[in-house]
Design a protein around this ligand. Structure first.
Ligand code: FAS
Ligand code: PHB
Length: 391
């Protein structure tokens, strides 16, 4: 079998790349380790930058997003018992859209099925070869049989634990990592959100985030210990802890209910450089991970796909490799700015055990400065809504 581009992974990066390339007439095959149901069952991101929305529109999958997504023109910072709004729209002229990653993935899966382009799920033993030359191949096990596909290019969209990055010779990779001394315990519940906009809370007991998926479905997080296990957190304990970390008005308004999903995610900052090795390109979590505090993970995946899809389409249309050669550096310039912002938001809002009381006083001073300074709040806002792309 031969295709022009093999895409490893059917998360948002792989599916979005597949859709954009298919619409440009480029032949692709997507190989996914899990089932479609499993991929759709993962509850992850909730906030889309306008750049990601525009790319989903370009991919022809924006209809439900525009019908059901919620435009948010501001966020709230909660500290010292009070909430303060950061007016994203007034400060930047832009807003963000609340629309769950699960729905983005569903829309992309539906579009892929409708296009007739090939995706294989529950694929095992994916192995990449030849990408340092001109004849890349991918071997895989599917329904008990071993297959081999030859291609022009491989897109490694298989996430942090995927096979693509690990297929690169170690000496060719520079890897940067910071692991945070806490995790996020997340709960999804079919209850109305506590507020119309997201609340990011800095509290002496730890960080909390009040988010949502719709007007009837809420997504909440509390910072927890890395030693915690989700079984130690009853719904009652979670709601009580969330109430203790937000301001009194939000605590009073909070509507609780049974969790329909509850999980703990570790937090790390990670970047692998470069993001291209011969005819293998890394995109999304396969190349970088950010703590979700800045709502950047999914948006960075879309950013990489924007650059990679344009580069591959340019190559097939012109026969040149200029855009392909520029891919990694272009992505990394934007990736590192998002890594910095996500680290900064995490450092500003979480309880760091080793930073002591002075650490919290410094955080409160910075939060107070931000809400009192147009320059400081504009800096937060322009990073949160998404920095510009390079052409
Ligand atoms: P993904 O990990 O989504 O997709 C990779 C796909 O490749 C998976 O389906 C996987 O099964 C598949 N795969 C892996 N190895 C393979 C192999 N060997 N062969 C074939 N397929 C293989 N971001 C935010 O912006 N906000 C959030 O709140 C947020 N919360 C998160 C919570 C958790 C628990 C996690 C893990 C991430 C969270 N993120 C969040 C980040 C997340 O949204 C990612 O940025 C996003 O999923 C990136 O998409 P992909 O790069 O497509 O990677
Ligand atoms: C979410 O809704 O899951 C979400 C929103 C904003 C974040 C992180 C997660 O910064």
């Amino acid at each position: 079998m031969r295709v022009q581009v093999v895409i490893i992974g059917a998360g948002p990066a792989g599916l979005l790349l597949g859709q954009l390339l298919h619409r440009a007439g480029i032949d692709t095959l997507i190989l996914e380790r899990k089932s479609q149901e499993y991929v759709l069952g993962r509850i992850r991101a909730g906030v889309l930058e306008q750049g990601a929305v525009d790319l989903l529109d370009e991919a022809g999958v924006g209809a439900r997003l525009h019908a059901e997504g919620l435009a948010h023109e501001g966020i709230e910072l909660c500290f010292s018992g009070e909430r303060h709004r950061v007016d994203l729209q007034a400060l930047t002229g832009k807003h963000v859209t609340v629309y769950g990653q699960t729905e983005v993935t569903r829309d992309l899966m539906d579009a892929r099925t409708a296009s007739g382009a090939k995706s294989l799920y529950e694929v095992d033993d994916v192995a990449l070869a030849g990408f340092d030359g001109n004849t890349p191949t991918v071997r895989y096990l599917h329904q008990g049989r071993v297959h081999e596909v030859s291609c022009d290019f491989i897109a490694g969209c298989d996430g942090f634990h995927g096979v693509s990055r690990d297929s690169v010779p170690a000496q060719a990779l520079r890897q940067y990592e910071r692991v945070y001394p806490f995790g996020w315990l997340g709960v999804l519940a079919d209850v109305p959100p506590v507020s119309d906009e997201l609340i990011y809370a800095n509290h002496e007991r730890g960080f909390a985030l009040c988010s949502m998926r719709s007007h009837t479905r809420s997504r909440y997080y509390v910072q927890c210990s890395l030693d915690d296990h989700v079984d130690q957190w009853s719904d009652e304990r979670f709601w009580q802890e969330l109430r203790s970390r937000v301001d009194s008005e939000a605590a009073e308004r909070l509507i609780t209910g049974p969790s329909i999903e509850k999980s703990i995610a570790p937090l790390r900052s990670f970047v692998a450089e470069p993001m291209r090795f011969g005819r293998l390109f890394l995109a999304g979590d396969a190349a970088h991970i950010v703590p979700p505090t800045g709502a950047k993970g999914l948006n960075l995946a879309a950013s990489d796909v924007r650059y990679l899809s344009r580069a591959l389409i340019d190559h097939y249309r012109t026969g040149t490799s200029t855009e392909i050669d520029a891919y990694s550096d272009k992505c990394l310039r934007r990736v590192w700015k998002a890594v910095r912002f996500s680290w900064w938001m995490t450092s500003l809002l979480h309880r760091f055990p080793d930073n002591g009381e002075i650490g919290r006083k410094i955080q409160e001073a910075e939060l107070s400065y931000i809400i009192g300074s147009r320059a400081a709040s504009t800096s937060l806002a322009e990073n949160y809504v998404g920095l510009p792309f390079e052409d």
